[in-house]
Design a protein around this ligand. Structure first.
Ligand SMILES: [Zn+2]
Length: 144
């Protein structure tokens, strides 16, 4: 039953439906690269992602949309080796500290290490019941 619920949720977020990434608050910059659409609290100034509608620091609901910087520093990471279908395993997740002060949780591509500079990209995490790719945002080690 739980797996059935998960499949229904995942089927909404696919690469074929542009709204899939939009539902995750991922837009595209002028150059076509993905950008996270976050929020800044109008009362205390905290910048956070995702934009949950209430400030995690002061509980204010007065917020303005703010795009997150695309690159940051990997604060922590772990690798998941066992997951229910349709997830591809192993996969890695972690927290990324952005230069605007936000700490964002997300998937990781490749094998970045704590302290590495990482940049926003997208990744396919698995396939839904119809074989369509399930896509989300992810961070990968920045080259150069
Ligand atoms: Zn606040």
């Amino acid at each position: 039953m739980q797996n059935r619920w998960m499949m229904q949720k995942l089927s909404v977020v696919t690469a074929e439906t542009l709204s899939g990434l939009e539902r995750l608050h991922v837009g595209r910059g002028p150059d076509g690269a993905p950008v996270l659409r976050g929020a800044r609290c109008a009362d205390c100034g905290l910048v956070y992602f995702p934009p949950i509608g209430i400030c995690p620091s002061c509980a204010s609901t007065d917020q303005a949309a703010e795009d997150m910087p695309r690159s940051g520093t990997l604060y922590s990471e772990t690798t998941v080796h066992a997951a229910p279908p349709p997830w591809f395993t192993p996969y890695s997740v972690g927290y990324v500290d952005l230069p605007n002060g936000a700490r964002v949780f997300g998937h990781l591509r490749g094998s970045p290490r704590i302290g590495d500079r990482v940049t926003l990209t997208t990744a396919v995490l698995g396939r839904d019941e119809d074989g369509r790719p399930v896509e989300t945002f992810a961070f990968e080690k920045k080259e150069g």
